[in-house]
Design a binder for this molecule. Structure first.
Ligand code: ADP
Ligand code: MG
Ligand code: MG
Length: 694
């Protein structure tokens, strides 16, 4: 059977052959089908084996593929999901075990990597000096993805890929193909990002623009275009008093469904409280009068001295920058996952870009804890607010938070956070010959329940599919992600994703951060250095990294000296070489970690430079990389401020700012105009020492 979504209703389109819920191959009957068949072969969601013809118009299919997601079926509500949870977990684990053993000996994949940038589409209202987010993502994606369809039919390469994101005003862009291992690739990263932005801008209407920022006025009355007020009686908008359903991307049911199911599992809507920045005229205690739109829940959940928010969109509607890279084999991927974990807070602090939430200056500089709270589906019992009765554990973190364990065998000495997991699931992994550290990591992820279950896809072939595994893995949103190869894409190997970075305003900066992270991986592999520290310290550093001006105001726990890893992947033969965990840890500033400390840690940048000296790098590429490294180095010293710092200064010196933490429409309007303008000091600062856009 073939089901598609039509105006959000499940529509039965055709009987093709009995009990078939997807496509794998079909015998093309006409020239048009021939094109379509080629098109379907390139779609990773193609799954079951069936030979059929169909009378569904190509436009219907194309328009549904256009979202990059051929709808998989009808999503279950939370109540409908509950009876299937254990089954899905059991089979998700089975799928992982099968996948692991099928691909564990895969070796020799080259470095490939790629970025993901999320953009916000905004619209200026010059007459009223107001800026809104423009909820046209679906329309824009239809046009942006048209190029992908043509390329798929013609067999030509994509320049970029565009995907929907949580907000109806957001789009995600990635390079069309991952970059390869040649260092010269660093020369094209920024150019691709620049072109991506230009392509989007060409599709925009007058007064619209595309910015790689998290919009500061999300949830403020009238923040969307078209202007749709929040309706707390609307269950589809998770009963938010600030967030209208239309600000969620509705082109695919998954975002709305996820929002509702998180609320369903938690037992109430989410409550996000960010500490307010107390300025000279900010009332103390700061207590918002929510009586105009809130109910008793809101008055109860809104903490004094905090900015209160009540919808997943306040977090997932922020924009991020992520980098995924491929490892030579599974061991290297696991090792890199661990080595990069302690670096994640450093990059979070260095990229701080989000000081305003719901139009108010907050006391933090980044989005991390806000997203974490925005998808926190833990029950009252799991949050430790009621004695355990129906839930199994008290769980310290939301499903969006930093990782609780390292996964490479020799790192286990540093795993000092007690892990919750279901013994049966753990045993299933051990019985399936998954080693202990990996089994614990997967079992710990599987304490989370699935939120995206499709009625037609509960029964699966566990040899061929990894969908149940992915449902849980991809909604454990951690600072790092260990990505097994997909079961059906032989060109993709074991990968690791670096996820903490805040998206930057300019392509130059985004390229700099991505290249920095990729270069770090090369340097770490090449010199076999280790940065491991007890994992609880990483959790602590993540907290510090979000503090106001963390780059300058905070110290971070970090390895004091240079230490070579005695058990880097090729050397791994059992655990005898692992040795006891190092105690060689001290508190360092970001400057010391990045630029080095006299008679101490040499600094990540000088290590990367040493790596580059030993590599064969052409002059042009070295020049590009140098500019990126100089920029990162200056961010670390404070010579170039973070976007968060710059934004705070802008707000605090704006004539309309009353020093009461309120960032009103006029200030946001001028702020957005400033970030779009040519005379942006912030940018000139960055480019002043010879850095230039290509
Ligand atoms: P996610 O699951 O994080 O959304 P995506 O599929 O959007 O992941 O891809 C993230 C990035 O990974 C993209 O920039 C893409 O180019 C890159 N990528 C794709 N294939 C590979 C690969 N084999 N190795 C490394 N990166 C890859
Ligand atoms: Mg993606
Ligand atoms: Mg990603």
């Amino acid at each position: 059977m073939f089901w598609v979504y039509d105006n959000d209703k499940l529509v039965y389109r055709n009987t093709i052959s009995s009990n078939v819920t997807g496509f794998q191959s079909f015998r093309p009957k006409t020239a048009q089908n021939n094109l379509l068949s080629k098109f379907f072969f390139s779609c990773s969601l193609i799954e079951t084996d069936a030979t059929f013809s169909f009378d569904v118009s190509s436009s219907v299919i194309l328009s549904h593929y256009r979202m990059g997601l051929l709808t998989k079926g009808s999503p279950l509500t939370w109540a409908e999901t509950i009876p299937h949870i254990e089954y899905i977990k059991k089979h998700g684990i089975k799928q992982f075990i099968n996948l692991y053993h099928r691909l564990k000996s895969r070796h020799g994949d080259q470095l490939k990597w790629g970025d993901e940038i999320e953009y916000t589409i905004i619209k200026f209202d010059h007459e009223n000096k107001k800026v809104r987010v423009s909820c046209r993502a679906e329309e824009l994606l239809n046009r942006l993805q048209a190029e992908e369809q043509v390329n798929a039919m013609l067999g030509t390469a994509n320049r970029f890929l565009w995907r929907p994101e949580f907000g109806a005003y957001m789009i995600e862009g990635t390079p069309g193909m991952p970059y390869g291992g040649l260092i010269a690739c660093f020369n094209i990263v920024e150019a691709n990002m620049k072109l991506r932005r230009e392509v989007v801008k060409k599709l925009l209407k007058k007064d619209e623009t595309c910015l790689s920022i998290s919009f500061p006025s999300l949830g403020v009355p009238g923040f969307t275009f078209p202007d749709v007020p929040a309706d707390k009686t609307n269950d589809d908008a998770a009963n938010s008093i600030f967030w209208p359903e239309q600000a969620v991307f509705l082109g695919h049911p998954r975002f709305k469904n996820l929002t509702k199911n998180i609320k369903g599992r938690r037992g109430s809507k989410v409550a996000i409280n960010v500490p307010i920045f107390k300025d000279t005229n900010t009332p103390s205690p700061y207590v918002e009068d929510l009586s105009a739109f809130g109910g008793p829940d809101d008055t109860r959940d809104a903490k004094p001295d905090h900015i209160y928010m009540d919808h997943m969109g306040f977090g997932m509607g922020c924009c991020c920058l992520q980098v995924t890279f491929q490892a030579v084999n599974v061991d290297e991927a696991r090792w890199l996952y661990d080595q990069l974990t302690p670096i994640t807070p450093i990059l979070l602090a260095l990229s701080a870009a989000t000081p305003i939430f719901r139009g108010k200056l907050s006391n933090v500089d980044s989005r991390w804890d806000i997203i974490s709270a925005s998808v926190d589906d833990r029950t009252l019992e799991e949050r430790g607010l009621e004695p355990l009765k129906n839930s199994k554990w008290v769980i310290d973190k939301s499903r969006y938070d930093s990782t609780d364990c390292y996964i490479y065998p020799c790192s286990v000495g540093y795993n000092d956070i007690p892990l919750q997991y279901d013994e049966t699931i753990y045993q299933q992994l051990i019985d399936g010959n998954i080693d202990e550290p990996l089994a614990k990591h997967i079992a710990h992820m599987f304490i989370r329940d699935p939120h995206q279950v499709f009625r037609e896809r509960i029964e699966q072939d566990d040899e061929k599919s990894s969908e149940h595994f992915e449902t849980i893995q991809s909604s454990n949103w951690m600072n790092m992600r260990f990505k097994p190869p997909p079961p059906d894409a032989p060109e993709i190997g074991w990968r690791v994703e670096f996820r903490p970075t805040e998206v930057q305003l300019t392509d130059f900066e985004n390229a700099a951060y991505c290249c920095f992270v990729v270069l770090l991986t090369r340097m770490i592999i090449s010199f076999r250095l280790t940065y491991l520290m007890p994992i609880s310290m990483v959790t602590e550093n993540m907290k510090r990294a979000q503090q106001k001006d963390a780059v300058l105001s905070q110290k971070f726990l970090f390895r004091k000296g240079l230490a070579e890893c005695k058990s880097a992947p090729e050397n791994l033969k059992g655990s005898e070489k692992c040795g006891p965990p190092s105690q060689d840890i001290e508190e360092m500033s970001i400057d010391e970690i990045i630029n080095g400390k006299k008679n101490g840690f040499p600094g990540l940048i000088s290590l990367i430079r040493q790596f580059l000296d030993s590599a064969d790098v052409d002059v042009d590429t070295r020049c590009t990389i140098s500019q990126y490294l100089n920029f990162i180095s200056k961010r670390a010293t404070g010579e170039i401020s973070t976007l968060a710092h710059w934004t705070r200064e802008f707000v605090q010196s704006h004539p309309a700012y009353k020093h009461d933490s309120d960032v009103n429409d006029t200030i946001v309007y001028d702020l957005m105009k400033k970030v779009c303008s040519q005379d942006l000091n912030y940018s000139t600062q960055i480019f002043s020492d010879g850095c230039h856009l290509h």
